[in-house]
Design a protein around this ligand. Sequence first.
Ligand code: ATP
Length: 322
Amino acid sequence: MSDEAMIEVSELTKRYSGHTAVDRISFTVGRGEIVGLLGPNGAGKSTTMRILACFLSATSGSARVAGFDVFGQSREVRRRMGYMPENNPLHPEMRVREYLKFRARLKGLGFRATRARVGVVMEQCGLTEVGRKVIGQLSKGFRQRVGLADALVHEPELIILDEPTIGLDPNQIRAVRQLIKDLGQARTVLISTHILPEVEVMCSRVLIMHRGRILAADTPENLQAIMSDGGQVVAEVAAPLAALRASLEVLDGVEHWDISPAEGEYQRCALTARPGVDLRPVLFELVRGQGWRLRELTSNRHSLEDIFVHMTRVRRDEEDGP
Ligand code: ATP
């Protein structure tokens, strides 16, 4: 295995009585990466994470974390990895600081190291103010932070977070996302979600998972490039409708177009480009040449959501094909 790989999974399979939850997946996560495991409900994300976190055995295949085998060397793996499961089981009757100390001791930290590390992670996760509060009385956002602090307390090199923002309100989501991004500066992070914008804002690389398989593994930008057309260009142009239609009809590089009335004398044009064509300069030249007025010219690249829908649909069509 390469020195750079923090996670290395090969041909990993998990079957539950007749049902294959994870189906011969292989992937690597390099040190220092923030990788998003993206997929709909039931895709196999939690199963994969639970195997990596040494909580579940696999049916076949191999998985290594920091060079250690998750099945044969689980102590070494757990020492280097912090895991936050989907429904984080905290002790609701314990106070925040007391709980984190308890967890640190369980993870093998000595008395002094525990005191020091609990202080650090409480600071990092914004928990200093609530250290004496009972966990069961905290908001969901703060409970998530306690879960994160727990995952971090033994200074792991890798953190695995299963749906860390589920059930949070928008402000809490932003706070937790920022926290994860900050943590990712010094650590490797594997995070699962089915919320697409989450991956776009946080992750350097995405693994798209569907029905137990990995359909794609790349940067969000490269995935967007795979959808080879140039996306859609939207422009608002003040021009006589008939002349505008006639011009768009013969404009080079346009796959198809649509015009709808906009505010005032403007028309809103939505154009889809042929593969590899950037329509913005073409459209600008047209408008300038005709002496029309232009008040908006934007390019909508494919979102990760488009890519995800496209990939999972292609796969479904292949599977359901004749
Ligand atoms: P979610 O976003 O809903 O958590 P997921 O991508 O994490 O989905 P998994 O929880 O890994 O998906 O589940 C993958 C498949 O395995 C699902 O079809 C699920 O029903 C099944 N599964 C999970 N755990 C078990 C189990 N203990 N016994 C039987 N089937 C299971």
